[in-house]
Design a protein around this ligand. Structure first.
Ligand code: V1D
Ligand code: CA
Length: 439
């Protein structure tokens, strides 16, 4: 781990904001354009490497999704629906579901997925410390099924990429919805720990009970914080930080994937938490403070001006570059009326999570994690033979003995993190995109 400034890479495809789920659908890819323009207008592009990602190929996508499902997504369009009635039911797509068939659906999925894969490859090659793809984070998609506005699970595919180099990958999900697709994909393995905070109880997707801890080898490696409406910054932080400390101590990930769904913010059209940008971004800041290679992704977020505010602010946090509260002039300036300010004020309403319920969640999760400490799989993690690491690095990462020299203190915050291996694979060629306006 180096304590020098962390290098940040940013992945954005200029076409990704042009897709349209339909007039009454809350998912608006246009929000991605708003966020991108806000990031540009704050001048943040000057401090990161900006790339135009490649569209993920069907061959890359079938590393997780089934061939049948990917063929279906590649062939279906709004003009040929009648030929696919049965498959639409089977794969949970169409107007009667959360996942409509819209023009360019597969291309959209290829663009957001390619950006996550490019970010993961850049991290694997040790060419960056933090990779950002605000267009990704579609955590509900399953192997053979669309779900909750998500078609291809770019997160699972990016984690599979990171697992080529890293013995253990931590997935963190601060979207208000449970990260069910990612949890399910890695439910039975101890090489990926998933940690989702979410609203639980009469809320989509209905999974993410605190007792859902994983199965088989993966028992104890799924961590769920079920919450209810009205979560405040303080309440969120009081769960997030202690659980993260314990996860980092016990799991020691070589890489982290952080899904930053913005529907956990105050005033979200679908969400019911009451977080400010600062409360949401505190999680991002905290994850960054561990100095572990991190892929930062978007996710949900339905009050689109606030989604843009959130991801622009979090980009500034990742860059350690403070930005003014006044929104700079940009192509979408009118969206930020009437105050034209960045930060959000939480609503004056009750937090339905009581002190006692929050304490119970925190205590239970810390207890579950403590139980892992004695588990043999933590100390004796097996590394597959095709593992793409130099031997000494794999040894240092997967089998360190907990001695003092294994612990590298982070810049004065008292936390420790462990060393990580760097990869030897080549990244996809990506075009440097230097301050150019969106086309
Ligand atoms: F309000 C709507 C209007 C039109 C179409 C869909 C919705 C809608 C709102 N909330 N759909 C939902 C959720 N679905 C249900 C259905 C009822 N059931 C039988 C299912 O409650 C889905 C919410 C998806 C949230 C997606 C996400 O924010 O987590 C996300 N993360 O990354 C990308 C998206
Ligand atoms: Ca979540």
């Amino acid at each position: 781990m180096s304590l020098t400034k962390q290098r940040v890479s940013y992945f954005y495809h200029p076409e990704v904001g042009h897709f349209y789920y339909g007039p009454s659908h809350p998912m608006k890819p246009h929000r991605l354009k708003l966020a991108h323009h806000l990031i540009l207008s704050y001048g943040l592009y000057k401090q990161m490497e900006c790339y135009r990602p490649h569209p993920a190929t069907p061959g890359e996508i079938t590393k997780f999704h089934s061939e049948d499902y990917v063929n279906f997504l590649s062939r279906i369009n709004p003009d040929n629906l009648k030929q696919f009635t049965q498959q639409m039911q089977r794969f949970n797509a169409g107007d009667m579901t959360d996942c409509p068939v819209f023009d360019g659906l597969m291309e959209f999925a290829q663009l957001y997925t390619g950006a996550s894969l490019d970010g993961a490859i850049k991290l694997n090659n040790n060419e960056t410390d933090i990779a950002i793809n605000w267009t990704g984070g579609l955590h509900h998609a399953k192997k053979s099924e669309a779900s909750g506005f998500c078609y291809i699970n770019d997160i699972v595919l990016a984690i599979l990429e990171l697992l080529k180099v890293h013995a253990r990958v931590l997935y963190i999900d601060i979207d208000i919805h449970h990260g069910d697709g990612v949890e399910e994909a890695f439910y039975c393995t101890d090489r990926v720990m998933t940690f989702s905070l979410h609203k639980y109880g009469d809320f989509f997707p209905g999974t993410g009970h605190i007792k859902d801890v994983g199965a088989k080898e993966g028992t104890g490696y799924s961590v769920n914080a079920p919450l209810t409406s009205g979560m405040t910054d303080k309440a969120y932080e009081d769960i997030f930080k202690p659980v993260m400390d314990k996860i980092m101590e016990i799991f020691r990930p070589g890489a982290i994937v952080l899904q930053c769904g913005a529907d956990s913010l105050t005033g979200d059209r679908l969400g019911c938490f009451n977080l400010s940008l600062k409360g949401h971004a505190e999680c991002v800041k905290y994850v960054k403070s561990f100095h572990v290679p991190t892929l930062v992704l978007g996710g949900g977020g339905y009050t689109i001006r606030n989604v843009a505010r959130c991801w622009a602010y979090e980009t500034s946090v990742l860059l350690d570059q403070p930005i003014p509260n006044k929104i700079p002039f940009n192509d979408y300036f009118e969206y930020y009326a009437p105050d034209y300010e960045l930060h959000l004020t939480p609503e004056p309403r009750e937090n339905m999570n009581t002190e006692a319920s929050l304490e119970a969640v925190r205590v239970e999760l810390l207890q579950q994690l403590q139980e892992l400490q004695g588990a043999p799989s933590v100390q004796m993690q097996e590394v597959p033979p095709e593992f793409d690491l130099k031997k000494e690095e794999a040894y240092a990462e997967g089998m360190n003995d907990g001695g003092a020299e294994d612990d590298i203190r982070d810049g004065g915050n008292g936390k420790t993190s462990k060393g990580y291996g760097d990869g030897t694979r080549r990244a996809h060629s990506a075009e440097l995109y230097d301050g150019e306006k969106d086309q």
